[in-house]
Design a protein around this ligand. Structure first.
Ligand code: HEC
Length: 126
């Protein structure tokens, strides 16, 4: 008899945990591994000039919302293409109100992997 009671208790507990799991709200989205790597590259190479909060100019424009803005910059360029070109050839499109003083040798400084990670990270800044 005691055994059955324990069994039922165990079942009840199991269904309780099942419920609890189902009711847990979706976790806040975290950066995937590639974007997280890109954030490190950003902190190492870009954060000296670019803020990630709105309307904050350090030396370059804030990159808050860049993923959304990027595709409106140059007709025919996707957001990823624009971001990548902004890094590799910053003089191609110069943001209004700024001069092109962004370091133009990132192509040599960054590996392809770092570049992909960086673009993945910037694409999370919607
Ligand atoms: C020495 C300061 C400096 C550094 C370092 C720098 N930038 Fe910039 N960046 C600028 C300036 C100034 C502009 C605006 C002029 C232009 O468009 O080239 C700019 C423009 C941009 C733009 C275009 C923004 C828009 O709204 O269209 C992107 C994207 C960008 N930078 C990304 C990066 C990334 C990623 C890095 C790191 C790999 C980086 N920058 C490093 C100064 C910098």
């Amino acid at each position: 008899m005691k055994k059955i009671f324990h069994f039922i208790l165990a079942l009840m507990l199991m269904s309780l945990t099942a419920c609890a799991t189902a009711a847990t709200p979706a976790p806040t989205p975290t950066l995937d591994a590639l974007a997280a790597q890109g954030q490190k590259v950003f902190n190492g190479h870009c954060a000296t000039c670019h803020a990630l909060v709105p309307d904050t100019i350090i030396i370059g424009p804030s990159l808050y919302g860049i993923a959304t803005r990027a595709e409106t910059r140059v007709p025919g360029q996707t957001a990823e293409e624009y971001i990548q070109l902004s890094i590799l050839r910053p003089g191609d499109y110069v943001v209004e109100g700024f001069t092109n003083i962004m370091i133009a040798n990132f192509a040599k400084q960054l590996t392809n992997e770092e570049m992909n990670a960086l673009v993945a990270f910037l694409m999370t800044l919607k």
